[in-house]
Design a protein around this ligand. Sequence first.
Ligand code: ARG
Length: 615
Amino acid sequence: MIYTGRIIVGVNIPDDFKKGTVMKTIIGQLSDIVSKGFADAGYDSSYGKVGFSNRPDLCEFQCNGAMALAKEYHKAPIAIAQEVCDKLSDDPAFSEISAVNPGFLNIKVSDDFLARYLNEMEQSDKYGLECTAPRKIIVDYGGPNVAKPLHVGHLRAAIIGESVKRICRYFGNEVIGDVHLGDWGLQMGLIITELRYRKPYLEYFNDEYTGSYSAQPPFTLSELEEIYPCASAKSKEDEAYKEEALEATRQLQEGKRGYRALWRHIMEVSVPDLKRNYRDLNVDFDWWKGESSVDDLIGDMVDDMKDGGYAYESEGALVVDVAKETDTKEIPPCMILKSDGAALYTTTDLATLLDRKRTFDPDQVIYVVDKRQEMHFIQVFRCAKKCGIVNSDTQLDFLGFGTMNGKDGKPFKTREGGVMRLETLIADIRETMLHKIMENHETDEEEARKTAEVVALAAIKYGDLSNQATKDYVFDTDKFTSFEGNTGPYILYTIVRIKSILNKYNEAAGGKTSDDEGLPRALRSPSNEYEKALMLDLAKFSQVLHSAYEEIAPHRICAYIYEICNDFNRFYHETRILAEEDEDRKNGWIALLLLTRKILEICIDLLGFTAPEKM
Ligand code: ARG
């Protein structure tokens, strides 16, 4: 089902993508033509599906239908392919079509077809993206634990989740990004316990106290950031201390006044800092809910699970069986309550799904979380389905990401071997980019700093996103910040180059700079192989976005724009664009540049970064 003219919720895709017409993808259009060839040759037209070529050295597109048909017709596949080829050889869409052994149809499209296709794309809604019926999607990403500064371990969830959210939105879905704070677990009890040791006189610890509590938190952000690791270290060495922290957690969850007040202070101090950090990453959540938000749903939810006969007691704890006969590895029962009655990580995740169903009723929930949590999510998903906490057709997806390692192949650390704060990492990369930019050309430091911020973000995000999410990767500062190779700065450099040519053209034509108004839009047939290669890749836009969306795979977009940038730079080095005397030809190139820039800008926006004006 194809949708047109939809209003997109809160998406900041650059300008005019809503132009009204809907088109078929290049694969769809070529398949229609080849299908007709099959029919004309007396065969079932459904075999005429065309795909991108596996052998770009031989052809641009291919159809393998004759191979599949051969059995049915007891004929050699090459004979069928030849018959179809004969029917199609005069079609103006092709510059070359041939039947090759053992039975492929190899296709090259004609220059006119390609130019016409791109012009149609330029005029279409979202550059020819075919959208499916809109759905409601929640992307659960971020997942920081409050009271701890964001560190590099949080980087991947933020970067990948943000991109996944944007991709889902671009397809016209209604999408909510939820940060799902870790704000209800043991870390809260640890902080409360440590604070009680340090400041036992505070009214929060006085059970007799019935007055109101101070509006001022009894700690600063930096104190809080020091208290948590200290408490955490103590609890690992000292059993009694850990027991106290567990007890404090339980009392907090049960509603003890003083602890609830402290909890609010922790949130007040910590959440604005988290927001600031995410803003620096150009990551933005619609919901700032957390584990605590669903505390009051847990009681009834657990009762329902018992009443429904799903949850039962086992060694004092409450569990739900989630194993299936077809399992190849053991899936232990999902624990709902511990023997002391305390809720667990699974419990809050289940209650969160219940809350989401009641408030938003999503068709799909995508979790972007460290892949080491896979078992947790298998259990939560199965339990939620079994107990009817989500609808039977709600799609639950876990995108588990790998670890970000240092050059030594071990999880990324500071030089001293400590956990690196996200702020520090961002500051380091900004500094590196600043040096490179100042080295490249003399420019005002203030301006260079602004540019460096934009480019640094691209370096970090592209470095991460260009790897398949599930794989571990090495965070290599030298590589990620390079202007050459498969990097964020290279992509931005290419966009800036295009912008600069367009500005020069605009100036020469007496127009305003950085304003596309009045620029030529009609592309012409390619004049050389480099131009054709660029045009062919631009034509793949819709397919690439589909694979990124369906596979939840932003790295597909990275691979795509890297190709486009390579194509563009090859074309640029072969072509004297602005010096061209044939005005028609020059205008066609300007239109091509405009389209290339737009496609690149849409793609980087989907990855969650932007391009500067100059660099
Ligand atoms: N706070 C969790 C952690 O630090 C991650 C939360 C992920 N999301 C979720 N719905 N469980 O491990």
